[in-house]
Ligand binder design. Structure first.
Ligand code: QZP
Length: 394
């Protein structure tokens, strides 16, 4: 029994354009496939992706969750204290973030996030026609998230090219990464400066992280690195998620009808959009030993690519997986990961998605796509660059 080979490049424009036939082929080829172009292993079925996520000791994050192996190459940025670590270091950082992003802390944002969503929905309704990526999917998180962090109003736009750079950097050094580097300008230095205690308001997630650090859990150097993690993970992801939801709801008008009839479904509709489009498409782990997976053995010190998006459309797990259906139960998808690294900001992301979709659902009878959407190419994130929309008011 040999692990099948594939020459697929999952970081290439034609793959990004329509990844589904290639994902289907990967799932059908076997539980583990070797991608010869990059010298990496891949898992695209739900069961194996989940098994990798649940076994952090065999499938380590400490050597980077991108294609680069930190044991062989120096990481371009200071490794994250939560994403690119294993226990026990991971757990210490994670506990700080779990406290800061606690259910009570997120609940307190329900009112301001709802208010901001209603205001944006009203503005968009007045305009009638707009581009749902910059004017909605980017505008909403850029309004509410930096406020919740306690950031000053200036230069928040740097958060987007910064995220674009980091998410591209998990992939190979290809033209998409090179373009993101060229576009990033002062974003890296700006984010670093914004992570310092003195740059952040007295109230907000940033101040909360620094306050916990001062109790001795984190060192003075570590606290801004943890703020950086939230700034990195918190914007581009929700932009892609909200864009995915609007795009799916515009393409499946019967699903918009259902949401319009029952705006209380906004939260589950957002979750289904995360399953359906899976904004964070892929992530790597590195094997710390010969690793058994789906009856195959992946050699130690190998990079393993998890196809979260393919897992979320695996027919072994999901009936009719290519149908966007807000009445299915999408719970259990791996769009937020699983196991010890599962998204620590999930409740915040879901609150943003819920608020903006509910605000639109109440006011809008129909979403019309008025021109061909344009894809945004990124080595990790799936999303659009442009989605021209006309709103039909209720
Ligand atoms: C990005 C960090 C892996 C993600 C989907 C998001 C992400 C999470 C953490 C960090 C960056 O800690 O820098």
């Amino acid at each position: 029994m040999a692990i099948p080979e594939s020459d697929l490049d999952p970081f290439d424009a034609s793959y990004f354009e329509d990844p589904y036939p290639a994902q289907d082929a990967l799932r059908e080829a076997g539980p583990v496939v070797h991608l010869s172009r990059h010298g990496i292993y891949a898992a695209a079925r739900f069961a194996e992706v989940k098994a990798i996520l649940e076994d952090w000791a065999t499938f380590s994050s400490a050597r980077g969750v991108g294609i680069q192996d930190f044991h062989r190459e120096r990481p371009a940025r200071l490794p994250s204290l939560v994403l690119e670590t294993d226990p026990p270091l991971h757990d210490r950082t994670r506990s700080v973030l779990a406290k800061v992003l606690s259910p009570a802390a997120i609940r307190a944002l329900k009112e301001p996030f709802t208010e901001a969503a209603e205001a944006l929905a009203e503005e968009l309704l007045d305009r009638r026609e707009f581009d749902a990526i910059p004017d909605l999917a980017e505008a909403y998180p850029l309004r509410v998230f930096p406020d919740a962090m306690g950031m000053p109003p200036e230069n928040r736009h740097h958060l987007l090219p910064y995220g674009d750079l980091v998410f591209n950097s998990f992939g190979p050094k290809n033209p998409f990464l090179e373009a993101a580097v060229a576009r990033s300008g002062p974003a890296i230095e700006w984010v670093q400066a914004q992570s310092q205690r003195t740059a952040l308001a007295d109230r907000g997630f940033g101040a909360d992280i620094h306050a916990i650090a001062e109790t001795g859990v984190l060192t003075e150097e570590e606290a801004p690195q943890v703020v950086r993690s939230v700034l990195t993970a918190g914007v581009d992801t929700t932009v892609s998620g909200i864009g995915a939801a609007v795009w799916a709801l515009a393409r499946f008008p019967d699903q918009w009808d259902a949401l319009h009839a029952e705006p209380g479904l906004a939260r589950v509709a957002f979750d289904e959009a995360i399953r359906f489009e899976t904004p964070v498409q892929t992530f790597f782990r590195t094997t710390t030993r010969d690793a058994e997976l789906g009856g195959e053995v992946i050699p130690t010190d190998s990079k393993v690519l998890m196809f979260l998006g393919a897992a979320n459309r695996d027919p072994r797990k999901w009936p009719n997986p290519d149908r966007f259906d807000i009445h299915r139960r999408p719970a259990g998808h791996v769009g937020y990961g699983s196991g010890i690294h599962a998204c620590v900001g999930m409740a915040l992301a879901r609150l943003e998605g819920e608020c903006i979709l509910a605000a639109l659902a109440k006011r809008v009878r129909r979403l019309e796509i008025t021109a061909q959407p344009k894809r945004r190419y990124n080595n990790t994130l799936r999303g659009l660059a442009s989605l021209p929309i006309r709103l039909h008011p209720a």
